[in-house]
Design a protein around this ligand. Structure first.
Ligand SMILES: Nc1nc2c(ncn2[C@@H]2O[C@H](COP(=O)(O)OP(=O)(O)OP(=O)(O)O)[C@@H](O)[C@H]2O)c(=O)[nH]1
Length: 475
C-alpha cells in the first residue's frame, strides 16, 4: 500500500508541475499578445503625431486631439530637439527647456541618424511628469537630417495594473523585461517598483541568450526575493522585450500538498487498522492454538488413561486386545507365528485376605514389573482384569512361548516380592497358545490360552500349560 501511495504522490507531483508549466506558458502567450498590440498601438500613435509635428507649426492642438482619443493612459507627448532639450510637452504649455541629452531614448536616435525605428525605454522617473514611465520614441528627421525625438510616455503601472488583474497566485509574478536586462514593468507580491531603473535581471536567464528559442521554460531562484520559481517566457525580439511569467511552487503545489497529506493520512489510518486487525488475528489464533494444544494434551491424557491400567502401568484390557488384533494381522501378512500367554497369580485372594488390599496392590505392581523385565520391547503386556494378565509374543512359536512362560513362572516363584508387610511369596500359572500366519481368530487364540491356564490351575498351579488347536479339536 505504501508503495502505491509513494508512487501516487510522485505521479501527482509531476502532474502538478506539468500543469503549472502549461499555465505559465498560456499566461505568457496571452501577455505577449497584449504587449505586442500595445506596442503596435503606441507606434501608430507616434507615427501619426510625428506627421502632425512635421506638418503643422501649431501641432499642439493636433496632439491634444490625438491624446484625447486614448484617454488617460498616455501620460505625455514630448518633443526633444536635436540637442537633447525638451522643447514641447503637452503637460506644460510654458515649459522651460529641460536637458534630456543624457537619456538613452534620445541618444539611441541621435547616435543612429540613418535609422527610423521605434525605441522602448526602460522605466524612467519623468522630470516633468514625476511618474515612472516607459518611453516609446521615434526620431524626427528634417531634410534628411536628425532633428530631434518624439516621445510618447505611458506609466509602468499601465502594464503592471493590467497584470495585477490576473491571478498568478500570491507568490507569482508577471514581468516585462528588456533584453537590456532592465525591468519594464512587473506585477508581483514583492515591492520592486521603487527599484525600476536600478534593478538588473541576472544575465543567466535563458531568454537573454539570442540563440535560445523565442519561447521556453526555466526554473530557479528569483534575484528579487530569493524564492524558487518556475518560469515561462516569450520574447518579442523586434521590440527588445520579453514577457516572463513566474509561478511559485508555494501556490501551484498547495493543492498537491493538501492531497499528499490526505493520501499519507489515509494510508496511515489504513496501516493502523491493518496492524490492529493483524494483532487481533494473532491474539485470537494464539488463543486458538493454545486451546487446541490444551485440547490435544487432554485428549492424549484421556487416551493414555484409557489405554493403560492405572495400578500396574501395563496396557488396559481394551488396548491389549486392540494390539493383539494388530499383531495377528501382521503375522497374517508376514506369515509369522504369534503366541499368547495367559497369566493368573495363584491364590491371590489369600494375599488380600492376609495382608490387606493395599499390599495386594503392591504385589500386583511388583508382579507386573518382574514379568515386564523379561519381555522384549515389541511384546505386548496387558491386564485383562483382577489378577489375570496376558502377554502377546510376536514372531514367537510355541516352543519359544513356552520357554518365556517358564522363565516368568520361575522368576516369580524364586523372587519373593518385597512389601511393607515383608516379603511375600507368590506363584503364577500360565497358559500358552500359538497360531501361525494369523490363520486363527483372536477369540480362538484367547480360548486356547484360557483353557491351558485352566489346565495349569487344575494341574496344581505354579506351572505352564500349552493349549493347541488340535487339543481344542480333540476336546
Ligand atoms: N489387591 C488387589 N486385589 C485384586 C485386584 N483385582 C482383583 N483382586 C483380587 O484378586 C482375587 C482373585 O481371587 P480368585 O479369583 O478367587 O483367585 P485366586 O485367589 O487367585 O485363586 P486361583 O486363581 O484359583 O489361584 C480376588 O480376591 C480379587 O478381589 C486388585 O486390583 N487389587
Amino acid at each position: 500500500m505504501w508503495v502505491f501511495v509513494i508512487n501516487e504522490i510522485k505521479h501527482e507531483r509531476v502532474l502538478a508541475t506539468d500543469a503549472a508549466r502549461n499555465d505559465a506558458m498560456n499566461l505568457a502567450t496571452a501577455f505577449e499578445a497584449h504587449v505586442h498590440s500595445v506596442i503596435r498601438l503606441m507606434d501608430t500613435v507616434l507615427l501619426d503625431m510625428r506627421e502632425d509635428v512635421l506638418e503643422h507649426a501649431d501641432f499642439a492642438g493636433y496632439v491634444d486631439e490625438e491624446l484625447a482619443v486614448y484617454g488617460n493612459f498616455l501620460t505625455q507627448l514630448a518633443v526633444i530637439d536635436k540637442d537633447g532639450r525638451l522643447v514641447f510637452s503637452n503637460l506644460d504649455a510654458n515649459i522651460k527647456p529641460v536637458d534630456l541629452s543624457d537619456r538613452e531614448h534620445f541618444r539611441v536616435h541621435r547616435d543612429h541618424p540613418g535609422e527610423d525605428r521605434l525605441f522602448i525605454s526602460k522605466p524612467v522617473l519623468g522630470r516633468v511628469s514625476k511618474q515612472w514611465t516607459i518611453q516609446f520614441t521615434r526620431p524626427i528627421h528634417q531634410d534628411g537630417e536628425f532633428a530631434g525625438v518624439l516621445v510618447l510616455s505611458i506609466p509602468t503601472s499601465f502594464f503592471a495594473d493590467y497584470y495585477q488583474q490576473i491571478n498568478v497566485g500570491p507568490n507569482g509574478s508577471i514581468a516585462l523585461v528588456g533584453t537590456d536586462r532592465s525591468l519594464r514593468a512587473i506585477a508581483a507580491g514583492a515591492p520592486v517598483v521603487g527599484r525600476y531603473g536600478r534593478f538588473k535581471v541576472p544575465e543567466d536567464k535563458p531568454y537573454f541568450d539570442p540563440n535560445a528559442p523565442a519561447r521556453g521554460y526555466y526554473e530557479g531562484v528569483s534575484a528579487i526575493d530569493g524564492e524558487y520559481r518556475l518560469g515561462a517566457y516569450r520574447r518579442l525580439a523586434d521590440d527588445g522585450v520579453v514577457v516572463v511569467v513566474l509561478l511559485s511552487p508555494k501556490d501551484f503545489m498547495a493543492a498537491f500538498d493538501e492531497r499528499r497529506e490526505l493520501l499519507i493520512a489515509s494510508a496511515g489510518i489504513i496501516s493502523l487498522l491493518l496492524a490492529a486487525v493483524a494483532l487481533l488475528i494473532f491474539v485470537l489464533s494464539n488463543r486458538y492454538f493454545q486451546s487446541t494444544e490444551k485440547l490435544r494434551q487432554a485428549h492424549d491424557q484421556l487416551a493414555q488413561l484409557a489405554n493403560t491400567d492405572v495400578l500396574t502401568g501395563v496396557s488396559s484390557r481394551r488396548s491389549f486386545l486392540t494390539g493383539l488384533e494388530a499383531e495377528l494381522a501382521r503375522a497374517r501378512r508376514h506369515d509369522e507365528s504369534l503366541s499368547l500367554l495367559m497369566l493368573d497369580i495363584d491364590h491371590f485372594k489369600r494375599v488380600n485376605d492376609v495382608y490387606g488390599h493395599p499390599i495386594g496392590d503392591a504385589v500386583l505392581k511388583q508382579f507386573t514389573a518382574t514379568c515386564a523385565s523379561m519381555l522384549r520391547a515389541h511384546d505386548l503386556f496387558g491386564r485383562l482384569g483382577g489378577e489375570e494378565f496376558a502377554i502377546a509374543l510376536p514372531h514367537t512359536d510355541l516352543d519359544g512361548a513356552r520357554s518365556v512362560a517358564e522363565k516368568i513362572r520361575m522368576a516369580i516363584e524364586q523372587a519373593p516380592l518385597t512389601t511393607a508387610a515383608g516379603n511375600i511369596e507368590i506363584t503364577v500359572s500360565i497358559g500358552v497358545a500359538q497360531t501361525h500366519a494369523g490363520q486363527h481368530e483372536i477369540d480362538q487364540l484367547i480360548a486356547w490360552a484360557d483353557k491351558a491356564l485352566y489346565d495349569a490351575k487344575h494341574g496344581g498351579r505354579n506351572q505352564v500349560r500349552v493349549g493347541r488347536p488340535e487339543d481344542e479339536a480333540e476336546g
